[in-house]
Design a protein around this ligand. Structure first.
Ligand code: IMP
Length: 424
């Protein structure tokens, strides 16, 4: 029995899906503990392309139990669609392989409407660039103690009461502040009714399920979404998501104690970011374009082009400090092939001083100047490499550099999207 956590060490989109997929082999239970359908990764099964936003990809493996923890915000429409897509792809879904915590908060139609109206009303530098999926407003209601939880799906009277109360406030905002249409509470309830009938069988006590798994000697894999720099407390606030993305939340977001034997920090060999917010090593030049094109850097949830730039050790040091990875999975190393020179940001210059970690003042990351070290690139296509020794010396030098700078071993190297394109 052991616990594993997989987390994104940058601004999300590090390629966690592939690493989770590989590690799922060694786990019996896979748990999501934060975020919602702002995340997403693409899978191919039975010749069909499926993009999963909520259900852990472990669902594609036989005999695995996938759990959606209380720290997640769940859009019931999206979950039902995902279940349908998987069933069409020949995957059997039942309460035997999928469970939802009764404490998970539900994203309601008014959360999505508010998220989109707010974003549309913001201009210029105030825009966050949210995914518009209602994530922030749902977490707001959770904290304000007025949220609708998955367990409430068993009691439609309770849901009706909560929707009525919520809409008093939300409709006032939507109509008066944002000049949007009023949302009808009966329509929301009627929309929820069939979804409730479908989802109630999946409700479970996730905390108890994890405990039982441990007692049976099973391995539990906690699957993080987004990345450390999008953490509501520790990320580049306010350009962050609305949950704690750091590994510590694996405990609070699932209802289990936190003692992980293996903590895998997923690090992309360069840096990307979607949405607004500071990005010190961003490259709006041919190098950035190389990463964007070769890495097919488009968001799998919104389809937006991802911003690209050099690897940033300052933010990675912070990820190590916050999450304590036992190892690193370095992804998309193949994307750097063909660049003559590579740059790594080793520190920042901030207010005349050299700093090794991101300063904590709001907007400080907009003011820092990256201090770069140059490394030699390589020309060879490395996507066929399967052993460390197959890699060109300059690629191995980059890996050694990262290991030393972060004092953490790189144990997985991904050189292409396929499962097989991995060095371990
Ligand atoms: P929200 O999570 O939709 O509220 O969006 C807040 C910020 O987090 C925006 O900049 C999004 O682009 C970003 N974001 C949210 N989820 C992801 C993700 O899974 N990958 C990368 N960025 C994300």
């Amino acid at each position: 029995m052991s616990n594993m956590v997989v987390f994104g060490a940058q601004w999300g989109d590090e390629g966690k899906g592939k690493i989770v997929d590989i590690m799922t082999e060694h786990a019996q239970v896979i748990v999501r503990f934060q975020g919602g359908n702002n995340a997403g990764h693409t899978l191919v099964t039975g010749g069909r392309k499926i993009i999963l936003h909520l259900i852990p990809s472990g669902i594609l493996h036989a005999d695995k139990l996938c759990l959606i923890g209380n720290g997640v915000v769940l859009d019931p429409d999206v979950l039902c669609r995902e279940i349908d897509e998987l069933v069409k792809g020949g995957i059997a879904i039942s309460p035997v392989n999928l469970g939802i915590s009764k404490k998970t908060h539900l994203i309601m139609p008014y959360h999505k409407a508010l998220d989109q109206a707010r974003e549309a009303a913001k201009s210029g530098p105030d825009k966050i660039g949210t995914t518009g999926r209602g994530i922030g407003p749902c977490y707001e209601d959770k904290m304000a103690r007025i949220g609708v939880r998955a367990g409430d799906l068993q009691d439609l009277d309770l849901i009706r009461h909560k929707i009525d109360k919520a809409l008093l406030e939300k409709n006032s905002l939507l109509q008066n502040l944002y000049q949007q249409q009023k949302i009808d509470s009966r329509e929301v309830l009627e929309h929820i009714r069939p979804l409730a009938a479908r989802l109630v069988p999946y409700l479970t006590d996730v905390s108890h399920q994890i405990q039982t798994a441990r007692e049976n000697g099973h391995t539990v894999l906690f699957e993080g979404a987004q990345g450390v720099q999008l953490d509501i407390d520790h990320g580049t606030y306010p350009f962050v998501t609305s949950s704690n993305t750091v590994c510590g939340n694996a405990s609070a977001g699932s209802g289990s104690f936190y003692k992980a034997q293996q903590v895998i920090g997923v690090v992309k060999a360069y840096t990307t970011r979607v949405g607004q917010g500071p990005f010190p090593t961003e490259q709006t030049n041919s190098c950035g374009e190389h990463m964007q094109v070769q890495g097919a850097e488009y968001g799998s949830t919104t389809g937006r082009k991802r911003r690209c730039g050099w690897l940033d050790l300052a933010i990675l040091r912070e990820a190590v400090r916050l999450c304590g990875p036992t190892e690193i999975a370095l992804t998309k190393l193949d994307v750097l092939s063909g660049l003559d020179e590579l740059r790594i940001c080793t520190a920042y210059e901030y207010l005349g001083q050299k700093v090794l970690y991101p300063p904590q003042e709001e907007n400080a990351l907009k003011k820092v100047l990256p201090v770069y070290e140059e490394l030699k690139g390589w020309k060879e296509d490395i996507s066929m490499c399967r052993k460390l020794d197959d890699l060109p010396e300059n690629a191995r030098a980059l890996i050694r550099y990262i290991e030393q700078a972060l004092n953490t071993p790189v144990r997985i190297i991904s050189v292409g999207p396929d499962r097989e394109q991995t060095i371990r």
